[in-house]
Design a protein around this ligand. Structure first.
Ligand code: TRP
Length: 463
């Protein structure tokens, strides 16, 4: 068994950290989840709520996680424990959340590989019936060997391989190349989508503020999505910041990463929604937008197959830089807390999460209906296992994790200590510090709790 210090890498450069943290933030959440949620929760109004959530609560929590991680130079649990021994469970909650997310994240990551291969080898089949292709991958027409087993396994093995090589070697090098590439590709695709004939209807939908669509559910969806998209609420950013030194400006890093991540989500929204309207594809299924619905879009534009291929490469890259960050959180915990050997940890964790994850895909298109896990107040049966996993993380565990982080940093460790850490003991200026203190101690925790409860009570629909 090696010691904790030997296990810990360091970021080679400042840019390396920004790209890695942004790489963690930018992922399937931005491109696969966000457009569907924006569509289901009212378009323009949702965008406003989402941006509000990121600006007020997301940035607040991210800076709190950064200060915790760099202060202690430890994984999430050890960070909490070092500052107050009674609080290590709060970090443990995050490890659990990450594990659950990873179960389905690797499945969807696998789908992106399936689509890369699909666009190379059988684009005609995809175009012939995009919805059927998507649903077949999920098991609607028989055992989903590729969608649930082979491709997710490849995705998981890749994630584990990168993690096994350590932070600086694996994640950082990859992010440096992939993040800028991703950004450029997305802007190109967005411009193409928005200039399609008929795209204006979708654009209008995304730009119209319809207050009637706003309810407690929309707030909870936006909040959960913000945490998911920014990689908050489970200690990933604590772990990442633990590799930083006092020379790094946490405040500006927070700003850069939040802006980058939100831009990517908005680009994806303004790529997918207008394109969906332009090609007249039934926009019923939020979660399938990035797969089933887009296929018809690529078919409709000149050179679409190339765009399709690029798009799924992009989505895959984004997913890998995120999945590595989640797995790193779990692995850092087990190696540093429990003294497990790194390779063995990776193997065990991967096997367990893969087995659970299979059922996510199984449950998507009815190959295996795992119902009845949760029955809502109105007697409406909770739809499927996969939605249950997402519901659990996005609407409950991530917001709760973020809530405990704000309470811990704001009240237990103390907001003044946190400001001291955020500015590297006064080395960097932080003009908004007074505002951050109020947000951290009062606004964020209250909003999070109120939104969790209001969202649960007012709307049981999943979107
Ligand atoms: N933010 C990533 C995405 O948008 C997913 C992710 C990576 C994540 N690390 C996380 C979500 C930590 C929550 C917590 O796809």
């Amino acid at each position: 068994m090696s010691t904790a210090t030997e296990n810990r890498g360091q970021f080679g450069s400042k840019l390396g950290f920004i790209l890695s943290a942004a790489g963690s933030a930018v992922g399937l959440g931005n491109i696969w989840k966000f457009p569907g949620k924006a569509y289901n929760c009212g378009g323009g109004a949702f965008l406003v709520i989402y941006i509000l959530m990121v600006a007020l609560i997301g940035t607040t929590v991210m800076l709190a996680e950064f200060t915790l991680g760099r202060k202690t130079q430890k994984n999430a649990i050890a960070s909490f424990r070092e500052l107050n021994a009674k609080w290590s469970w709060a970090g443990g909650l995050g490890v659990l959340t990450g594990f659950i997310i990873l179960c389905y994240y690797c499945q969807v990551g696998g789908w992106t590989i399936k689509y890369i291969v699909g666009y190379i080898t059988e684009s005609a089949t995809i175009y012939a019936d995009p919805m059927n292709y998507f649903l077949t991958m999920l098991g609607a027409n028989g055992f989903p060997l590729q969608g649930a087993i082979i491709y997710p396994l490849i995705f998981l093995l890749l994630t584990a391989f990168i993690i096994s090589r350590g932070v600086a070697e694996g994640i950082e090098k990859m992010s440096k190349v992939l993040m800028p590439l991703l950004f450029i590709l997305l802007i190109g695709l967005m411009i193409r989508a928005c200039t399609l004939p008929g795209a204006d209807v979708g654009l209008k939908y995304m730009l119209t503020f319809d207050a009637s669509t706003i309810n407690g559910n929309a707030f909870l969806v936006a909040l959960g999505q913000a945490f998911f998209s920014l990689s908050l609420g489970m200690g990933v950013m604590i772990t990442y910041a633990s590799y930083l030194s006092k020379d790094d400006n946490l405040v500006s890093n927070t700003g850069i990463i939040c802006v980058l991540d939100t831009c990517v989500a908005l680009f994806a929204g303004f790529m997918i929604i207008p394109a969906v309207f332009a090609t007249g594809i039934a926009p019923g299924m939020g979660g399938g937008f990035a797969f089933a619905t887009l296929a018809g879009v690529f078919q409709a534009i000149p050179g679409g197959t190339i765009f399709g291929l690029l798009f799924y490469f992009l989505l895959f890259f984004a997913a890998v830089t995120s999945s590595t960050s989640i797995l790193e959180g779990t692995v850092a915990f087990l190696t540093e807390e429990k003294g497990w050997e790194r390779k063995k940890t990776l193997v065990i964790v991967s096997i367990v999460l893969f087995i659970i994850g299979i059922f996510y895909t199984f449950s998507q298109a009815g190959f295996m209906d795992i119902k009845g896990i949760w029955v809502s107040k109105n007697g409406v049966e909770f739809p499927i296992f996969g939605d249950f996993l997402e519901y659990l993380t996005d609407r409950l565990l991530l917001p709760l994790g973020a809530f405990f982080t704000t309470v811990f940093v704001g009240w237990v460790w103390g907001v003044d200590n946190a400001v001291k850490e955020a500015t590297s003991d006064g080395k960097f200026s932080f003009a908004l510090a007074p505002l951050w203190k109020v947000l951290l101690k009062i606004v964020a925790p209250i909003c999070i709790i109120v939104i969790i409860i209001a969202g649960m009570v007012l709307g049981m629909s999943i979107s």
